[in-house]
Design a protein around this ligand. Structure first.
Ligand code: SAM
Length: 265
């Protein structure tokens, strides 16, 4: 199968997942609609005041973060492959009286649909694992940025992605060895959801990420590694503080997330 087939499978997966996610406790859309900002503490701290800035949110899912940033005063655009996610995001934008725009496409094709450049490209959790390589992605990010504009990237750490869901073993390759194809029941917001679809994802090492940025003229300004996750989305996590979830593997704490800021030079 080629990558276009893989993207097609993943689109089908995300159409189904979105329906489940919108009504999930995990995404708690009710409190979001009432005003909750869905950016986590690190994101708010590192981004700082984004009022008046233009932001494009790649792989925006159904738009909670995109619309949260609009509420913070930014002009925002969200991009996602799922038609259902974009439909929900647009509905919420109207409902909340915001002026975000949403584009439905493969993130790697964004430049065919979006001609503007931005102060910030925002990419967070569970995004780049759905892409076969980061070189094309970093090129898209760089082209979307104004000179001096910044990529804000906050993801699960490449080391964290190698653990299998049940914490029994190292389950996934650290380096990108090609497409990983699996079928799981449910979704990360609810394992009992009636979804049983193929998912195709890829591993990306730290050097893949950093080299892709370097090759696309993205100069790294910030690189933070955190020993907790802001999301309780893997089995067996313990909440050590409000909003801080950890997995100790044999008593050892791995890096959980990675935050990177890079400036287009
Ligand atoms: C885990 S969600 C991202 C959640 C995100 N952190 C947020 O702000 O809500 C992953 C998203 O990536 C999208 N996606 C997966 N593959 C994609 C692709 N090739 N192009 C664009 N979007 C993609 C899915 O539709 C889904 O909405």
């Amino acid at each position: 199968m080629d990558n276009q087939d893989h993207f097609k499978s993943n689109k089908t997966l995300w159409e189904a997942r979105t329906l489940a996610h919108v009504k999930s406790d995990f995404y708690d859309n009710e409190s979001f609609l009432e005003g909750r900002n869905t950016l986590n503490a690190a994101e708010l701290k590192t981004l700082g005041d984004i009022s008046g800035k233009s932001v494009i949110h790649l792989q925006c899912h159904f738009g909670q973060d995109t619309l949260s940033m609009a509420r913070m005063g930014a002009t925002t655009v969200g991009v996602d492959i799922s038609e259902e996610a974009i439909r929900v995001a647009r509905d919420m934008n109207s409902q909340l009286g915001l002026n975000s725009t949403f584009v439905c496409c493969n993130v790697l094709d964004t430049l065919e649909h979006v001609k503007d450049t931005f102060d910030i490209v925002y990419v967070t959790f569970g995004a780049t694992c759905w892409l076969p390589d980061l070189v094309k992605w970093a090129d898209v990010v760089s082209t979307l940025l104004k000179p001096g504009g910044q990529l804000y990237y906050h993801e699960f750490h490449p080391t964290f992605y190698i653990i299998d869901d049940k914490l029994k073993k190292i389950g996934y390759p650290y380096f990108n060895t090609g497409a990983i194809v699996e079928t799981h029941r449910g979704t990360y917001t609810d394992t009992s959801e009636d979804i049983e679809l193929k998912e195709v994802f890829w591993s990306h090492s730290m050097s893949d990420l950093i080299m892709a940025c370097i090759q696309s003229h993205l100069q790294i300004d910030v690189l933070n590694e955190y020993d907790f996750s802001p999301y309780n989305c893997f089995e067996n996590m313990t909440e050590v503080e409000t909003g801080k979830f950890v997995l100790d593997v044999n008593g050892i704490r791995l890096p959980h997330t990675l935050e990177l800021v890079a400036t287009k030079i």
